[in-house]
Design a protein around this ligand. Structure first.
Ligand code: AMP
Ligand code: GLY
Length: 427
């Protein structure tokens, strides 16, 4: 059987790698793919991005099923285009993808369906936005309404920073249409977790829990990024918290989307803030919804899946996820992102990468911003690699991952030394 994975990041490399372990999968095309999927046995890259072109490719090649990695093709309606032609694709429609593609849509949805989230207001008028900031004070969070590739959120610690963020988004149009509307919301405190589920419109299948590290530097310092490393499971999500997230966030979201006439199919990622307190009462609030898997969360999550992932997706597109289950490796998986010089502001491209070891069953270097040129692997994006391993404890997994990180070389490489630190702390 042939499959297609849409996207070019570490997430897509990891999805393709895991899918290839299904005995029925003969080949995985990745569109557009990266330097890793260009050379992995069983995958090849396809230089297409337009939904109609991708659908034509799938028909010509007889591809059985397509899985979408990133948000942009979903917001562009790739699922709608494929479905209209009777092609099997796992992901949300364009309308359902608004949970991610419009912060205002997501906030209004959560209020309408009593899903806990930070208090907020939406603005297009800069004067009104400025006076709201004066009324509420700092810290306060400013978010561009539309997709802004991880650059649309400013957690302002001072009112001055908040006013500047509003000016940058609503005033000078630095984020284009994505910033023409802003959501301003209460700053939440606590510990973040990534809670990702699969849904077929009705039935919900949760993935293992995970935690991302958004800041560039150790000890959560420096600017926000797309994510500098992740691990699974996340100890903050105890079984009591897991049940509460399902009951208070995930189930009302899926039911709310159905009630609103836009049933959700695909991956739903709730970024949640878990406040201080006892498990039964600590506040759980939604920071964001994504309508896809997380990157880099996918990389450790894929390492822990022991079941046949193809079967899970088949249930996902057939409306039978109630019959699916996933067998998880109980060990810890942890991935460390190696990013290029000057990431996240203006990543430098074209540095030669050396020292990437061959994959092993429990240690894989997933590629993201890489390209193969004349037999050399070069950097071609902000986040370059995600070194991911599976081992018995958080500490031993960290040791395995960093032993590999230390033999990989490219000029200006940036990475954190402390991925997984929260799981090492006494609780
Ligand atoms: P988002 O794109 O909405 O997930 O925001 C990116 C990151 O900004 C989140 O992962 C949080 O670290 C932070 N963030 C977003 N909203 C809030 C909030 N209301 N309070 C505190 N931090 C937030
Ligand atoms: N790692 C965060 C995200 O994928 O949105």
């Amino acid at each position: 059987m042939k499959l297609l994975v849409i996207g070019s990041g570490g997430r897509e490399h990891a999805l393709a790698w895991r899918l290839l372990q299904s005995p029925r999968v003969k080949h995985v095309y990745v569109a557009p793919g990266n330097g890793g999927t260009a050379v992995m046995q069983g995958t090849s890259n396809v230089a297409l991005s337009d939904p109609a072109d991708l659908a034509a490719f799938v028909k010509n090649e007889g591809i059985a099923l397509t899985v979408v990695g990133p948000e942009a093709p979903l917001a562009a309606g790739v699922v709608d285009v494929f479905r209209a032609q009777g092609l099997k694709i796992f992901g949300p429609t364009r309308a359902a993808a608004q949970l991610e593609s419009s912060k205002d849509f997501a906030k209004a949805f959560m209020v309408r369906h009593q899903i806990p989230t930070a208090e907020y207001q939406t603005f297009t008028d800069p004067l009104a936005a400025h006076s709201y900031i004066e009324e509420k004070g700092a810290p306060i969070v400013i978010k561009a309404d539309g997709l802004a590739a991880g650059k649309g959120v400013v957690v302002a610690l001072t009112e001055k920073e908040a006013h500047e963020a509003v000016d940058a988004m609503l005033g000078d149009g630095s984020l284009g249409a994505a910033g023409a509307r802003v959501v301003i919301e209460e700053c939440l405190l606590g510990e973040e977790a990534s809670f990702i589920i699969l849904c077929d419109g009705k039935n919900i299948l949760p993935l293992a829990t995970s935690q991302d590290h958004k800041r560039l530097m150790d000890a959560d310092q420096g600017p926000n990024t797309g994510g500098m490393g992740a691990y699974s499971p996340a100890p903050v999500v105890t079984s009591a918290i897991h049940q509460r997230i399902m009951r208070e966030v995930i189930e009302p979201t899926i039911q709310g989307m159905e009630a609103d006439g836009i049933p959700f199919t695909g991956f739903l990622y709730a970024g949640v803030m878990i406040g201080d307190g006892e498990d039964s009462t600590r506040p759980i609030k939604v920071l964001e919804f994504n309508c896809r898997m997380g990157d880099p969360e996918t990389q450790p999550i894929m390492m822990r899946i022991r079941s046949d992932l193809l079967e899970v997706f088949e249930h996902g597109v057939s409306g039978t996820l109630d019959q699916a289950s996933i067998d998880w490796d109980p060990r810890t998986a942890l991935g460390v992102v190696m990013a290029s010089a000057n990431y996240p502001a203006t990543p430098r491209l074209g540095d030669v990468i050396t020292g990437i070891p061959l994959p092993q069953p429990d240690c894989v270097v997933f590629h993201a911003g890489t390209v193969l040129k004349d037999d050399e692997t070069m950097t071609s994006g902000g986040r370059v690699l995600c070194v991911t391993a599976l081992d018995d404890s958080v500490r031993s997994t960290q040791n395995r991952v960093y032993a590999v990180v230390d033999v990989i070389n490219f000029d200006g490489a940036q990475f954190r030394r402390d991925i997984g630190w929260r799981a090492l702390e006494p609780r």
